[in-house]
Design a protein around this ligand. Structure first.
Ligand SMILES: Cc1cn([C@H]2C[C@H](O)[C@@H](COP(=O)(O)OP(=O)(O)O[C@H]3O[C@@H](C)C(=O)[C@@H](O)[C@H]3O)O2)c(=O)[nH]c1=O
Length: 176
């Protein structure tokens, strides 16, 4: 695997290194040793799948409050997404900054998302599936979010929103 640090500290884009032969390839997508060598979380207590029927579906921007902060590794295994990461870590030099990445079934890229980073994505194709490794258990009381169009951040989304949850429409304005 190759690990590329993003502009926001602590975020990595990860690419598999396929070993090819006549049948296709074999590629490692997670390795405790390699993650540990990069100082990354290695314990992922939940693996989850997000299926999205329509192009333009938007989920986000989500994080869990401490002490239930979660590290996530996100991979698009079918279709394509524009994935957006927003730094909400108190004291971070990039607090309030966001960064976007295209993850597709074809490019097979993953994103390593540290605690305190809000995460969201919009599907670029119908029938899109997103696979997660998550380091903490789901704690509904600790779930938090900011609106995808909060003027405090000015996130650029690629498409008009086709489908979104009521919860995600209703996140209040960010007040620092
Ligand atoms: C996230 C999550 C949801 N659920 C349940 C709650 C609810 O009934 C249903 C759908 O939940 P949500 O509406 O929160 O699903 P969704 O909006 O897809 O939530 C996800 O969004 C992206 C952007 C992330 O970064 C993820 O960490 C997660 O927050 O699944 C779990 O049981 N475990 C989980 O870990």
């Amino acid at each position: 695997m190759r690990f590329f640090p993003a502009g926001i500290a602590g975020i990595f884009m990860i690419e598999p290194e396929p070993i090819r032969d006549d049948r296709g390839f074999f590629a490692r997508t997670f390795c405790i040793r390699e993650f540990a060598a990069h100082g990354l979380e290695t314990q992922f207590v939940q693996h989850s799948l997000s299926y999205n029927a329509a192009r333009g579906t938007l989920r986000g921007m989500h994080f869990q409050r401490e002490p239930h902060g979660e590290v996530k590794v996100v991979t698009c295994v079918k279709g394509a997404i524009r994935d957006v990461l927003l730094d909400l870590r108190e004291g971070s030099p990039t607090l309030g900054r966001w960064e976007a990445f295209d993850l597709t079934a074809e490019n097979r890229r993953s994103l390593y998302i540290p605690k305190g980073i809000a995460h969201g994505f919009q599907t670029l194709e119908p029938e899109t599936e997103v696979f997660y490794l998550i380091s903490a258990f789901h704690e509904p009381q600790a779930s938090a979010g900011v609106r995808h169009d909060d003027p405090a951040f000015g996130i650029d989304w690629p498409l008009p929103v086709s489908v979104m949850s009521e919860k995600d429409r209703a996140w209040p304005d960010f007040n620092g």
